[in-house]
Design a protein around this ligand. Structure first.
Ligand code: 13P
Ligand code: SF4
Length: 302
């Protein structure tokens, strides 16, 4: 911790002088999550909180699509991302022209796009969803069939939950696709009594063998309410670190996979972003208007 102290002090001062807030995703490292963030949460919470922020500057400690979502909802604020290279394998997996082709192939079928996409892809969509509200969003449409992009596994997991027929894309999260059903069975053998929580970006056969599946916030809430004495979170590594700090009495088993994109954000580059006011997220207004509509439709779903 002493190695971080100078950066933490500098960030605290810069937040005051710039009238800035830091929004941090659950996958940020503990020194960011617990020491400098003003608001933390899953993608849905960050989108909702971004709307309520009373500051001139938002620093998004997370990946690029999250910063774009914050900018869509705060067009008049300065939104900074400490490293422009913090991408996402799901966002990379699909382009706006792919969505247009799917619409042609399935006329009239609504397009639901996971927030883990570029603003340009959101702009081609009817409504967005996150892992925290995917089921509610799909059910709000009242249709038998949807196109759900770009995460194949999330789409199949939601289809199993809702009974709605889903036309999926072939995108995968490079972190969650690594978990296997065999690994889940080994965990149960090696750690008797372990409660297994999985993110819905995991393959369906992993989710089927887990005790619970939900967004990063839903996993945190599960631990808070059920206090399992031995638990594993099948998701990105920092998530367990952040939750474990709050529950030292619980045993967190730690097979986890690192997200190289999330790990691009550091205290040092948060500090630099606030010092230099770079890198500012900008969205073409022609894309921003329809993309914002898709995000706002999502936020209107209770
Ligand atoms: P959550 O919305 O559950 O926080 O997930 C975001 C994400 O990128 C998971 O890999
Ligand atoms: Fe994207 Fe997966 Fe990283 Fe989340 S964990 S940001 S879905 S690559």
């Amino acid at each position: 911790w002493p190695v971080y102290a100078q950066d933490i002090d500098a960030i605290m001062t810069l937040k005051r002088t710039r009238n800035a807030v830091i929004l941090a995703h659950n996958y940020q490292t503990p020194e960011i999550f617990h020491c400098v963030a003003d608001l933390v949460g899953d993608s849905l919470a960050l989108a909702r909180e971004a709307m309520k922020v009373d500051a001139d500057v938002i620093v998004l400690a997370g990946v690029h699509f999250m910063a774009e979502t914050a900018k869509l909802l705060n067009p008049d604020k300065t939104v900074l991302i400490p490293d422009l290279g913090a991408g996402c394998s799901l966002a990379e997996s699909i382009r706006p022209e792919d969505v247009r082709l799917l619409r042609q192939a399935y006329p009239g079928v609504p397009v639901v796009t996971y927030v883990n996409t570029s603003a340009a892809v959101k702009a081609e969509s009817d409504i967005c969803c996150t892992s925290g509200n995917a089921r509610a969003v799909i059910e709000s449409l009242g249709v038998e069939q949807v196109i759900m992009l770009p995460d194949e596994y999330l789409a199949r997991n939601v289809a199993a939950d809702t009974g709605v027929k889903v036309i999926a894309w072939s995108g995968h999260c490079e972190v969650h696709e690594l978990f296997t059903a065999a690994e889940v069975r080994e965990l149960r053998e090696d750690y008797p009594g372990v409660v297994i929580l999985a993110h819905p970006e995991c393959p369906p056969e992993v989710v089927a063998e887990a005790d619970f599946a939900g967004s990063t916030a839903a996993m945190s809430a599960y631990v808070a309410h059920n206090r399992p004495s031995r638990v594993v979170l099948l998701t990105e590594c920092s998530m367990s670190d952040n939750v474990a700090i709050q529950y030292p009495e619980l045993e967190f088993v730690r097979p986890c996979n690192l997200c190289p994109h999330m790990k691009k954000i550091t205290l040092r580059n948060i500090r630099r972003a606030l010092e230099t006011m770079r890198n500012e997220v900008e969205i073409d207004p022609a894309v921003a208007a329809p993309a914002r509509r898709a995000v706002e439709r999502m936020l209107a779903v209770k």
